[in-house]
Design a protein around this ligand. Structure first.
Ligand code: PLP
Length: 207
């Protein structure tokens, strides 16, 4: 059987952390009192109105394919919301919906970073980022997050790690797992670093 590069890239990562997670879940199912500090499973119940709306939609026959870009009314609602938030016009055609963050990240990284391109991001990081990154072939360049900076990623630390191979800077705020929230100044500083490296080897990296 032919094994693709993607499988080879992922094989090296192993699944140790998921083995711990599965063991904890099994212990809970067996009645042990476990405090789970792993993935961000919400600890509040799904609101009744969402369950009712989903059930009503299913019962009314909405069981077929949806638009893969996202339902039109949702794309319009999101465009309006982000137009207000960003204070510039965002069109519904500029909104794409994904079934989860991993899929969205995979699509964005695949679109922007060629295999071997570098992605700078803060570490520690969310549990699945290494696998998402590895599956695209992009190279992860972690910036250690420091307690003395409140675990907020620093523009100067990012700057130190930018090379001609850098295509992406990942910002996660509020950050998981540290909970750090970037300030407007942090984001402006990081933006200035990105802009200053924007034109390398004729490639526009600021888009
Ligand atoms: C920072 C971060 N990225 C990604 C995810 C995963 O998102 P999804 O389950 O939508 O793929 C989470 C989930 O908690 C997260 O905290």
């Amino acid at each position: 059987m032919k094994i693709t590069n993607a499988i080879e890239r992922l094989e090296a990562l192993g699944g140790d952390k998921w083995a711990v997670y599965k063991m904890a879940r099994q212990m809970m199912a067996d009645g042990h009192d476990v405090i789970e500090m792993a993935i961000g499973e919400p600890d509040v119940p799904t609101p009744e109105y969402l369950i009712d709306a989903a059930m009503a939609a299913l019962r009314s026959g909405r069981t077929g394919y949806a638009s893969s870009a996202g339902e039109n009314n949702l794309r319009h609602a999101l465009a309006e919301r982000y137009t207000r938030q960003a204070d510039r016009e965002i069109l519904p055609e500029q909104v794409l919906c994904f079934p989860g963050t991993q899929t969205a990240l995979y699509a964005v990284i695949s679109a922007v970073a060629a295999s071997g391109d570098e992605v700078v991001l803060g570490g520690p990081m969310y549990a699945t980022y290494a696998s998402v990154m590895a599956s695209t072939g992009a190279k992860m360049v972690p910036v250690p997050l420091q307690a003395e900076n409140g675990f907020r990623i620093q523009a100067a630390d990012i700057e130190d790690r930018i090379t001609p191979g850098t295509t992406l800077i990942f910002l996660n705020t509020p950050h998981n797992p540290t909970g750090a929230v970037l300030t407007e100044q942090d984001i402006a500083d990081i933006g200035a670093v990105a802009a200053s490296f924007g034109q390398i080897e004729g490639r526009d990296r600021t888009a």
